[in-house]
Design a protein around this ligand. Sequence first.
Ligand code: UDX
Length: 465
Amino acid sequence: MKKIAVIGAGYVGLVTGACFAQKGNTVIIVENNQNKISQLLQGNIPFYEPGLDLIVHEAIKNKTLIFENNIAQGLSHNPEIIFSCVGTPSLPNGAADLSFVQQVAHEIGSLITSYTLIVNKSTVPVGTADKVKNIIIDRLVQRNLQITFDVASNPEFLKEGDAISDFLVPDRIVIGIESQQAADLLYALYRPFVKHNDQILCMNVKSAELTKYASNAMLATRISFMNQLAQLADKLGADIEEVKLGMAKDKRIGAQFLNAGIGYGGSCFPKDIKALAYIGKEVLFPMTLIQEVDNINHFQRVWFINKISTHYGPALANKTVGIWGLAFKPETDDIRSAPSLDLIDDLITRGSKIIAYDPVASENIAAHYGNAITYAHSAQQVIDQADFLVILTEWKEFLGTKTDSFSKLKDKVIFDGRNCFNPQVMHDAGITYTCVGRNSVTEQTSKPKPARAELCRSIEAYDRN
Ligand code: UDX
């Protein structure tokens, strides 16, 4: 077992530290926000992540998880490996802000007294490990110290809402290393997390740094591709959900990250797509496809909001708009780059009243908007008080709603940014239902029911005989 320091108790740092501790390592988490540490020591996790509280409580109880509020205190435990999990937010030009990463490197270079492996786990631009290494070398020279150290890249692939399972049962571990010592340390640390040793991919540091951006960009590209295809489907009279099923059966395509909707949000895709585009610009190789992925994502949100304003026009000023879902995705309270922020801003500008419900993210929205909007305690309360409904996050509790529950919705109008319901069922229930890439289905039902339903039944009947 190892003694590990983790710098930063955010989504990545806290999950990383807790899961390493669960495997029996001793982990020191360094967090400079003392209030956050006090909360954690009382067993309160400062954000919603299913299952994280149990693992943190267990590790604190077993004394395998220790908290310190500065790097000097953290390194006084002589950790062999230091994971840097600090934030790399977007700068106005889209570049990643490395000031926190560089600050950590400076402090580490000022404090280490023996071999230490420093691991960048935050998403950082290609070449950051070299920058970290040079900062540490400079500090060691200034301290007139001759000690060896390594800097490795070990990007994280956890999804918010699934963070624990993503960390404990990873598809793969990517480690970018430059020495056998670093490779051996990280291999031994991660081997207990994987079934097969070929899931631990050793590569050069720059490849590991780029793999993170490449993976997120691929996932975001799938989403923007489906969203652009959904716009085409609406113009052609196709149903994007059927098209998705038709595509997903191809093993080379698969079913995940093909859901059309209002587009991606969160703290990663928007930031990482912009950062990758910027990395391309920096080396005079514009990543035009990635730029278009970002443009499509932006368009999807504008298109959806325009659908609402076009439907109601100036009457929006006198409407009470119901919103289901404020978080950027289900199973998280994170509202960073969430579609709800753009929609609420637009509706407030138009003078609409807003009543919103989210199972866990209302508090974070309230920190932004205060009493400018009303926060409902249930999805049904929104229906009871709103003129029409906008769905922005596909929380499981919304998906089972029966159409007669919507009967109290004054206008019987729903704009669904996450394709939660069947347009034909909604249409048959007398609801004006707008979604993404399936709207022609509603128009079709005003004509004779398509033979498709009978045809599919006859295929199933054929199988039964
Ligand atoms: C993402 C990556 O999945 C993860 O590997 C990386 O480490 C961090 O960034 P996260 O942003 O937490 O994780 O959530 P994710 O489940 O990827 O969803 C991102 C956004 O894409 C959400 O807004 C979600 O609503 C949207 N999305 C996802 C779609 O619009 N369609 C889909 O099919 C899937």
